[in-house]
Structures are given as structure tokens and as C-alpha cells.
Design a protein. Structure first.
Length: 255
């Protein structure tokens, strides 16, 4: 079999819903009904932060990335050492093409200079830091960041995200077999929608020339998430690659 050409299809990185909706980060939903003090500067500040946090939460939940980014930027400017705000703000920056800024925000946590929190543990912050490293092409550095999470058995809840990201980092360096193992490891423990991992695993399999298995996995993902246009696009790309690479049986002219 001919060697499969390198896939140009865009892969996507997704952390778990835990990181995506860390709205608990600043206030609880019930806090909206609690009267805010207005007779002190601290009270006014608390009320402002509460409104910002609510707006950020609602925008994130509605998928309004730019709107959420504006709110989190204001929250971060008010409290740049808050890890709950930092992880959401960094993720929004990465998702809007500003991964370099995300790295700067998360570097103190990844390097152990700042502590995480109950809602944003260091493992979550490191996973998001690695995602930003991958986005900026720092694949070897990202894998090193993720190893610190994967080698700690007490961080098992964060291993699926770390394994998925490690697979992306390894795949980008041409280590396809090692990447495949990471993607499968991620799927074994994945909670929630697994189609992001399935998409990346499929592209990995296609890179190894395993087109039929890649298409089977992609089609399963397409059934699970028909709204994800990138999966349908990758079905077409992998199908075309298979047709171009795998020789077809000659047509017999015998009667």
C-alpha cells in the first residue's frame, strides 16, 4: 500500500465541559437574587463583579464566544490572580486565535508559581496551558506539560483531557502509533461528547493508511454529532484519500 499523504484537515482541541463552563468560577446562579450592598465601595465592587460574572456565564453557556471574552477580560483586569477567571479567559483567548496571550496568563500556574483552586485545579490549568502550547506549535513542550498530569495517579479525573491533548501533540510530531494509543486511552475514560476525540483518532488512523477504520469511526461520530460540519468534511477528505491511495481491482472483460 502506498503511504498516505499528510492530512491537511483541521483538527480541533476540546477540553471537557468542566473547563468550558467554569461559571461557578465567581458566583452561583442563586446569587442573582441576593440584594447587593450599595453603601460602601466594596459593596459596589462586589455588585459589579457579580454582574460581570453573570454576563460571562450566560454568554459562555449560549456559545457567544466574543461576548464572553469581553466579560472575562474585564473580570481578569479586576482580579488577574484568580485561577477560576484565568482558565476561562485563557480558553476563550485560545478559541479566538489569541493563544499567545493565553500562554502568558497560564504560565504562572503551569510553572507552579501560582496555586489553582477547588474549581480550577492546577491539572485543569495545565491541560489548558498545553492546549495553548499546541495551538502555537509548541508540540514537544505541550507533551511535557501533559506528562506531569498523566504521571500523577491522583489526577485521574483529568487524564482523559490530558490524553487527548497528548495525542494531538504526538500526532503533530509524526508519532502516529503513540498518538493513537493516547486517543484510545482518552476515549476509555471520556465523559460527555466524545466526538472531538473520535475525529482526531480518525485523522490519526488515516495518517497511518487505515482508511476503512478511520471512516467507520468518523461515521459513528457523525451520527452522534450531525451538526459538526468538520466531521462531515473529514469523511469526504478521508474517502478521497482512500480512493487516491488504495488501488482498485481491475475490471474483468471476460464474458
Amino acid at each position: 500500500m502506498k503511504k498516505a499523504p499528510a492530512l491537511k484537515a483541521g483538527r480541533f482541541i476540546a477540553l471537557s465541559a468542566t473547563a468550558l463552563l467554569l461559571a461557578a468560577c465567581v458566583v452561583s446562579p442563586n446569587d442573582r437574587d441576593v440584594g447587593d450592598p450599595i453603601d460602601s465601595l466594596s459593596g459596589q465592587k462586589a455588585a459589579t463583579e457579580r454582574r460581570l460574572a453573570t454576563a460571562a456565564t450566560d454568554a459562555m453557556a449560549a456559545g457567544k464566544t466574543q461576548e464572553a471574552l469581553v466579560s472575562y477580560e474585564k473580570l481578569y483586569q479586576r482580579d488577574s490572580r484568580n485561577p477560576d477567571v484565568a482558565v476561562n479567559y485563557a480558553q476563550l483567548l485560545r478559541r479566538t486565535g489569541k493563544a499567545d496571550q493565553a500562554l502568558k496568563i497560564l504560565a504562572p500556574y503551569a510553572k507552579g508559581e501560582r496555586k489553582g483552586s477547588t474549581r480550577a485545579p492546577l491539572a485543569m490549568l495545565k491541560n489548558e496551558y498545553a492546549a495553548a502550547q499546541i495551538e502555537t506549535g509548541k508540540f514537544a513542550e505541550a507533551y511535557s506539560t501533559l506528562e506531569a498530569v498523566l504521571n500523577d495517579s491522583t489526577l485521574a479525573d483529568f487524564h482523559p483531557d490530558a490524553s487527548h491533548l497528548a495525542g494531538v501533540a504526538l500526532d503533530a510530531q509524526g508519532q502516529h502509533k503513540a498518538a493513537e494509543r493516547m486517543f484510545r486511552q482518552a476515549l476509555d475514560g471520556w465523559k460527555g461528547d466524545p466526538t472531538s476525540v473520535m475525529n482526531n483518532l480518525s485523522l490519526n488512523l488515516a495518517s497511518q493508511g487505515l482508511f476503512d477504520e478511520a471512516l467507520t469511526t468518523l461515521r459513528r461520530a457523525q451520527i452522534m454529532a450531525p451538526e459538526k460540519t468538520e466531521i462531515a468534511r473529514n469523511v469526504q477528505i478521508v474517502s478521497e484519500l482512500r480512493d487516491a491511495v488504495v488501488p482498485k481491482a481491475p475490471v474483468s472483460l471476460k464474458k
